[in-house]
Design a protein around this ligand. Structure first.
Ligand code: HEC
Length: 125
């Protein structure tokens, strides 16, 4: 009885602290920030994504873009939530493969991160 009770309490605590963690799980970058940092051109320099898809990205660049895309997925969308998740899941999976150096992953990422495909349904006017 006593054990069951403390187990129950422990479960309660766990759920409570998990809910708390969830609350703090705010995206590290807004969608606009991700667009700027991953896709924006800086003083004539290619964007981070272009650098990577051109095969010139360093390991740091690859980790950075994965971090950006993971934040992107946590941001709300103006469009269909299921479609947003699908697009972001594909991009994150591809970016992870790029970090891992999986063969052909750069081409997959380039296709997954297609600007228009996402902007059409999610960028708003
Ligand atoms: C997975 C979805 C997605 C993909 C892929 C994507 N974008 Fe975006 N982008 C958005 C959304 C959503 C917005 C609107 C953000 C807002 O208004 O808050 C946006 C906005 C932008 C903006 C305007 C940012 C601003 O400050 O208003 C630029 C520039 C941009 N994207 C560039 C690109 C380029 C270039 C690519 C392709 C290499 C790309 N995006 C791919 C979702 C995406």
């Amino acid at each position: 009885m006593r054990i069951a009770l403390s187990l129950g309490l422990a479960a309660l605590f766990l759920t409570a602290s998990m809910a708390g963690a969830d609350d703090k799980d705010k995206p590290k970058y807004t969608t606009k920030e991700v667009m700027k940092l991953a896709h924006g051109k800086d003083k004539g320099m290619p964007s981070l994504l272009t650098k990577i898809t051109d095969g010139k990205g360093t390991d740091e660049d690859k980790k950075k873009i994965l971090e950006l895309y993971e934040a992107l997925a946590k941001n709300p969308t103006k469009g269909d939530a299921a479609d947003w998740k699908k697009l972001n899941d594909a991009i994150i999976t591809a970016a992870k493969d790029v970090v891992d150096g999986k063969e052909g992953s750069v081409a997959v990422l380039k296709k997954a991160a297609a600007c228009g495909a996402c902007h059409n349904g999610h960028k708003g006017k």
